[in-house]
Every structure is written in C-alpha cells, then in structure tokens.
Write a protein that binds this ligand. Sequence first.
Ligand code: DQA
Length: 137
Amino acid sequence: MKLIIINGPNLNLLGKREPEIYGSDTFNAIFKNLQSKFPNVELSYYQSNIEGALIDKLHEVGFDYDGIILNAAAYTHTSVGIGDAVKAIETPVVEVHISNVHSREEFRHVSYIAANAKGVIFGFGIKGYELAIQSFL
Ligand code: DQA
C-alpha cells in the first residue's frame, strides 16, 4: 500500500504555529510516529506553501499511488485549482484538517476539495492523519 501525505501552506510550521490549535508536535515527529505505527505502509510526505506545487504533486502521484491524504490548509477554502486537480486524478483523496474547521471562522466552512474527496476527517488533532491511513487499510 503506497500512501502519501500532502500538506499545504504553513503546515511546515507545525509545532511552532498556534500550538493551542495545531498542537506542539513537528510534522517530522508526527511522520516518524506514523511510520512506526504502520510499518507495512509505504508512506511518503510532501509539503509546500505554493498552490501550483501542490497541484503538480497531485498530478505526479495521482495515477500511481493507492491513496492521498491531503491537508491543503488555507488553500482548501480558496483553491478551485486544487479542487479540480483532486477531481482530475484517479487516486482517492482523503481530506484531513487538524482543527474542527466547522467550529472556526465561516470562511473555513467552505472546501473546494470535499466534493471530490473519498472522505473528510477534521477536528481530531494530528490523530486525523492516523485515521486517514486506517481508512485506506
Ligand atoms: C487546517 C485548517 C485550515 O483552515 C487552516 O488554514 C490551516 C490548517 C487544519 O489542519 O486544521 O492551515 O487545514
């Protein structure tokens, strides 16, 4: 099983960024933990702050991998391009958000990805990434 986690803008700052919302673990630590929890999954990770780079990565992996776990962060709420890319590819996408986006500002209630995602997981903190992996197994 070949899965990739794709994280969008500002998620490179996990551990430092608003820890009361996003927790105090770095993504590096989160990723290592996931690798040890799922030794039989071929798990990779990509992060970018650039919308087009995220689209390029979706195109690159989207006809080959078994699953994509996508936290497009702020682009979730703005990017028709990322939404179209999720629709265009064949690999199923699970949308993840660390925070409960529906208990936050109204602009975070909109997702350009959800309609074409296999499912959406939000509000469970970083555990959401683990739940997303489990959903593919
Ligand atoms: C987020 C929620 C988004 O609204 C926000 O812009 C993020 C992170 C989350 O994981 O909770 O950067 O996707």
